[in-house]
Design a protein around this ligand. Structure first.
Ligand SMILES: Cc1cc2nc3c(=O)[nH]c(=O)nc-3n(C[C@H](O)[C@H](O)[C@H](O)COP(=O)(O)OP(=O)(O)OC[C@H]3O[C@@H](n4cnc5c(N)ncnc54)[C@H](O)[C@@H]3O)c2cc1C
Length: 540
């Protein structure tokens, strides 16, 4: 083999898992670390994200006075997926997570803080935390500190970058104008932009090199050890030697139709991620003999096709459906016009409800599904980026009556009318007898804070006109892939590590399987295994 380039550790991708892996590999002794990125941008889906991390028993949680214990976390997770958790990766996550958080705090500009009051997604499950503590948010990061590199970061999904963190929005209230002005001057950004900005600063400080438009497609193997990788570049195929290891951190496979059809448990029609998530890493892992896990799942998220259909790389852009279904005055219905779940449940749990199967009709009765809201909702709250003052785009249907709306959508009219009547009755009673919407802390978290629970999320639909948006069974990323051990080493079907091969983030089999413990449920494990993989590769 003639190598075009060499490094100790070669990291594939530049999202949250990859940047953390590169930092850890450097800090634990790898002399040369190289990042190969398929696109010409840095940050992947991580840069578009909320940037939250779910890391139980982390130092900031303890500093903020929140109590937690190993037993409580394991009880919580076990109750959500009895018998499904792999104790090896679970231990890797719990031990590695808090170590990763400490390492970033002490050695990088990443500034995480406990988000008091952000409940776990299943707060009433045994061991769940209704008062929060396990979810961490990022302090905003000034992009002036990145110099010219700032323009390399994948922009937010829609709109301008946030000037504030979600934590500030919830706990500090509106910031003084002089603070905001200073943030504009320094191009300060919150959420996933802050996370990627700070990680990128740490990578640049370590003089770790990037190679853009390097699409890794094949692993090189010698005597059963992964020795390097072949990448497609504008100048042809390039072979890169990895003396200590290759770390797969290439995201999921949600943009690869064939892989989606082959593996997922049901339809997935609206990926919200960067279009580079085509499963390249998964295919390389399969070819290397990796054991696979959690292949039928994703981090589910209902999405809607944006009015402006042409996203980067001319792929459709799917927007997250979050507060639209949790604020009072909206419901979700299926094509029978019937509600089928607690609309305010976590997006991941809701996604699982979409795949109910009818043995008689032999199809998925909850697909397609629709968001329905009334004029009161429209005049109070934004919906998919449209403020009440803005005209609605083509993604919305509107009608003066519910039967007319049902006709426009092609759904059962009597069903919809009956459903709304029944739901309005529940609102009068202050209790959703069908799906218990508003009965727990999380349901009310994304609701209207001007009201008390359950009216933060329960509100009537009785003011015409009525509106609807067709929704998709979307995802924040697939999370099935290469199984690893507690060090992030990819293992084969015999359970033995494949020397020289690591995985982190959505390319690996999620250490928490189908569970989304709380806000940050994907990035928490992703950064943890990035850290563990980088550390182990550097020391190997
Ligand atoms: C709007 C939005 C908000 C979200 N908010 C949160 C949140 O607050 N908390 C949370 O936990 N999760 C959140 N998520 C989900 C989270 O962003 C993803 O699960 C996470 O970013 C995945 O990280 P990753 O490092 O595995 O992949 P990515 O960040 O997507 O990075 C993968 C990188 O690999 C590159 N790549 C792909 N193939 C190759 C190849 N062959 N060679 C080289 N490079 C390659 C890609 O270009 C990309 O840069 C959100 C998602 C969205 C869309």
């Amino acid at each position: 083999m003639t190598w075009d380039e060499e490094a100790d550790v070669v990291v594939l991708g530049s999202g949250g898992a990859a940047l953390t892996a590169a930092i850890a590999a450097h800090d634990f002794g790898a002399r040369e670390v190289l990042i190969l990125e398929k696109s010409n941008m840095i940050g992947g889906t991580t840069a578009m994200s909320g940037g939250m991390l779910w890391i139980p028993i982390n130092q900031h949680q303890a500093e903020a006075g929140h109590k937690d214990s190993w037993d409580d976390v394991v009880t919580y997770l076990d109750s959500l997926a009895p018998g499904e958790l792999d104790p090896v990766t679970l231990e890797g996550f719990l031990v590695g997570g808090k170590e990763m958080v400490r390492h970033l705090a002490e050695h990088t500009p990443v500034r995480l803080r406990t988000f008091d009051g952000f409940p776990d997604y299943h707060p009433d499950a045994p061991g769940g935390r209704a008062e929060g503590g396990r979810s961490l948010d990022n302090d905003p990061f000034p992009f002036v500190e990145l110099g010219n590199w700032a323009s390399r970061v994948v922009p937010p999904k829609s709109g301008a970058p946030r000037l504030t963190s979600l934590y500030e929005d919830f706990h500090t209230g509106p910031l003084p104008e002089d603070v905001l002005e200073e943030r504009r001057r320094t191009d300060t950004r919150g959420s996933g932009q802050a996370l990627v900005g700070a990680l990128l600063r740490a990578v640049l400080d370590r003089e770790i090199a990037f190679r853009f438009e390097h699409r890794a497609l094949k692993l090189h193997k010698e005597d059963n050890r992964i020795t390097g990788v072949a990448a497609e570049t504008p100048g042809g195929t390039k072979n890169v030697l990895a003396r200590k290891g290759v770390i797969l951190a290439t995201g999921g496979f949600e943009w690869n139709k064939e892989l989606v059809q082959t593996f997922l448990r049901g339809p997935m029609t609206g990926p919200a991620t960067v279009p580079e998530s085509e499963g390249d890493g998964l295919l390389m892992a399969i070819e290397a003999g990796a054991k696979l896990g959690n292949m039928s799942n994703t981090f589910w998220m209902p999405t809607a096709l944006e009015w402006q259909q042409q996203h980067r790389n001319a792929k459709p852009n799917y927007l997250l459906c979050l507060s639209e279904r949790t604020l009072p005055g909206s419901i979700l219905v299926n094509r029978s016009g019937a509600r089928f779940t607690n609309e305010a449940a976590s997006y991941n749990a809701l996604g699982l409800a979409l795949h109910a199967f009818d043995a008689n009709s032999f199809d998925h009765p909850n697909l397609p599904f629709y968001l329905i809201f009334d004029h009161r909702f429209r005049s109070r709250y934004p919906a998919f980026g449209h403020t009440p003052e803005q005209p609605l785009s083509d993604m919305f249907a509107a009608a003066d009556t519910l039967p007319e709306l049902a006709e426009k959508l092609g759904i059962d009219s009597d069903g919809l009318v009956g459903t709304v009547e029944r739901f309005n009755g529940f609102v009068d009673e202050g209790r959703d007898d069908d799906f218990q919407r508003g009965a727990n802390t999380y349901d009310n978290f994304w609701g209207d804070r001007n009201f008390d629970a359950p009216y933060r999320t329960l509100g009537k639909l009785d003011q015409p006109p009525y509106y609807a948006v067709k929704l998709e069974a979307g995802t924040l990323g697939t999370n099935g892939g290469a199984k690893t051990n507690a060090d992030g080493q990819v293992v084969n079907w015999q359970g033995n590590p494949i020397p020289g091969l690591y995985a982190a983030g959505n390319v690996m089999a999620a250490p928490l399987t189908k569970i989304y413990g709380g806000a940050g449920g994907t990035l928490g494990p992703a950064l943890t295994f990035g850290y563990l993989a980088g550390k182990h590769a550097a020391k190997s």
